[in-house]
Every structure is written in structure tokens, then in C-alpha cells.
Design a protein around this ligand. Structure first.
Ligand code: NAD
Length: 288
């Protein structure tokens, strides 16, 4: 069997078109354009590329994105003050704090300072808690994007055993909660899991978000499984995922490529979340 590639780029373009269209209708009701504040600290190179991708995507759909580029030596008090200003500013609908922060700044207190109604990354404990409680608000972008991809390929969640490798607040945990919400039976693996192979072999849906090139050998993939590779690892001049793509592709029924799978969906979901936050804040629904 050779797996069908899941084209995240094409699906992200469809979502972008839909967001652009809905923003048009929102504005036709007399509202201003959605506005996103992006905070970036220091000059971590990959973050610079991610921020630029997000900024360009905002431009394509009609979201006003403002970059707050703070110096590497920004203090905790300065960052807190900026987030509080943005929380209070009625002209700002979404706040994105680009991670990682410089090592001396702990991320959690700043994430918790963001107004949950402007938390377009879905990272605030209120939004993660809502997802856990089955009343989702703003949802983390990567896992939400993956649910879109799985839905699009017709994944029958109710009868499926999903295995998530990686349990970070950013990806693995919300992914497990999304899959549970969708009706799958979920196993979560992490760095302390014993015999990872035995879990991976039992996955109908395998989502890997670890950040180690080819951690999952293709031979571990169950025949006919759906494989979602979230990992982005730089290897010389190219990007590779956390799964041994070539061998896994021979066994899976569906698989995401790296790049061009999950990544574009993460950006598309940020746009969708920003519109969702905007509409909720304007107190009206867009006419669909
Ligand atoms: P993280 O470092 O915060 O978390 C990694 C997780 O993997 C942890 O839960 C850890 O316990 C687990 N882990 C580590 N070694 C393991 C092992 N040997 N076996 C099983 N589990 C192990 O990373 P993250 O922020 O969740 O990101 C993971 C990867 O996903 C990275 O490559 C990152 O670049 C990528 N990522 C991609 C997107 C996207 O849009 N495609 C978005 C976010 C993150």
C-alpha cells in the first residue's frame, strides 16, 4: 500500500479563502477589519520566519497584523505591561505571543496574562480548560487544524484508536482532548512512556509531536493507519518530520508530508481563530 498524501497546503488555502470571504461580510456589516497584535521577543531565527508567515497570511485575508518586536533584554514587567495594554485596547481582537521566549522568561505567567477572549493561540488555561470540559472556546491552532484534516479525509473518529506521541501544552495535550471530543479512544505517550513501539503499533490514527527527526520508524506504523506528523526538524538544508516518512508511507493509508502537511493548517487556524475572536467581541454573528 502507498499512502495518500494529506495536502495541508491545499486545505489551508481553502480555509484562507473562507476566512477572507467571511471578513468581507463582517466588514459589509460596518465593522472594522479584524486586528491581531503579534509579540515577538529577541531574534530567535525560526520565530522570525513563523511570524513573517503569519503576518503575510493576515495580509492575504484582510486581518490588520501589528508586530510588537521587543528587544532580547525585555523585562518581565515590560512584557506584562504590553500584554495588559493590548488586553484593554478595544482596537485589538487577538493577541499572539510568539514562543519560545528567551530562556530567562517563564512562558506561563505571560500566557495567563492574555485576555482569554483575545487568546487566538488557545493557550490560556481558560481555553484549554474549556476544551477539556467539552465547551470549546478559542482552540489551539495546530490540533484544531489536524482535526480539520482528519475530518476532510473522512476519518471515522468513533471507532478509531488514536495515539498521540508528545504531551506538550502547545500540541500533544490539546490534540488528545480534540480527538477525545471527536469521539476517538485516545492514548497519550510522552518521554516517560515505556515501550513506545507497542502503543504506536496499535494506532489507527497516529499523531506525532515530539521534535526528534524520524523518532518513529516506519515499520511501527500499523497497516492502513492515518499518520499525522507534526514535527519540524531542520536537517542540513531541509525539513524532516518525527516519522520515517518513506517507510511509513508504504504502510499507512493516509500521511501528512513535512513540509506541506500540518504547518500550513496551523497558520490557517490562526486566521480563523482571529476572525472568531473578532466576531465574538463585536457581539454579532457573521451572516453565513
Ligand atoms: P515540546 O518539546 O514542548 O514537547 C515534546 C513532547 O515530546 C513532550 O511531551 C515530551 O515528553 C515528548 N517526548 C520527547 N521525547 C520523547 C520520546 N523519546 N518518546 C516519546 N515522547 C517524547 O515540543 P512541541 O512544542 O509540542 O513541538 C513538537 C514538535 O512539533 C516540534 O518539532 C515543533 O517544531 C513541532 N511543531 C509543529 C507545528 C506545526 O504547525 N507543524 C506547531 C507546533 C509545533
Amino acid at each position: 500500500m502507498t499512502a495518500t498524501l494529506i495536502d495541508g497546503k491545499a486545505m489551508a488555502q481553502e480555509i484562507e479563502a473562507s476566512v477572507r470571504d467571511r471578513i468581507g461580510r463582517h466588514r459589509a456589516l460596518g465593522h472594522r477589519a479584524p486586528s491581531l497584535a503579534v509579540i515577538r521577543i529577541g531574534d530567535h531565527a525560526p520565530s522570525g520566519i513563523y511570524v513573517e508567515n503569519k503576518r503575510r497570511a493576515c495580509q492575504r485575508v484582510g486581518i490588520d497584523a501589528t508586530l510588537h518586536a521587543l528587544p532580547e533584554d525585555t523585562t518581565a514587567a515590560e512584557l506584562t505591561a504590553l500584554i495588559r495594554d493590548l488586553n484593554r485596547d478595544d482596537g485589538v481582537d487577538g493577541i499572539l505571543l510568539q514562543l519560545p521566549l528567551p530562556a530567562r522568561l517563564q512562558e506561563t505567567p505571560f500566557i495567563e496574562t492574555i485576555d482569554p477572549s483575545k487568546d487566538v493561540d488557545g493557550a490560556h488555561p481558560m481555553n484549554l480548560g474549556r476544551l477539556a470540559a467539552r465547551t470549546p472556546g478559542l482552540r489551539p491552532c495546530t490540533s484544531r487544524g489536524i482535526i480539520h484534516l482528519l475530518t476532510r479525509i473522512g476519518e471515522p473518529f468513533y471507532s478509531r484508536h488514536a495515539v498521540v506521541v508528545g504531551a506538550s501544552n502547545l500540541v500533544g495535550r490539546p490534540m488528545a482532548l480534540e480527538l477525545l471530543l471527536a469521539g476517538a479512544t485516545v492514548t497519550i505517550c510522552h518521554r516517560f512512556t515505556r515501550d513506545l513501539e507497542s502503543h504506536v503499533r496499535r494506532a489507527d490514527i497516529l499523531v506525532v509531536a515530539v521534535g526528534q527527526p524520524r523518532l518513529i520508524p516506519g515499520d511501527w506504523v500499523a497497516p492502513g493507519a492515518t499518520v499525522i506528523d507534526v514535527g519540524i526538524n531542520r536537517e542540513k538544508d531541509r525539513l524532516v518530520g518525527d516519522v520515517d516518512f518513506e517507510r511509513a508511507r508504504e504502510r499507512a493509508s493516509f500521511i501528512t508530508p513535512v513540509p506541506g502537511g500540518v504547518g500550513p493548517m496551523t497558520v490557517a487556524m490562526l486566521l480563523d481563530n482571529t476572525l472568531e475572536a473578532t466576531v465574538a467581541r463585536s457581539g454579532r454573528q457573521v451572516a453565513y
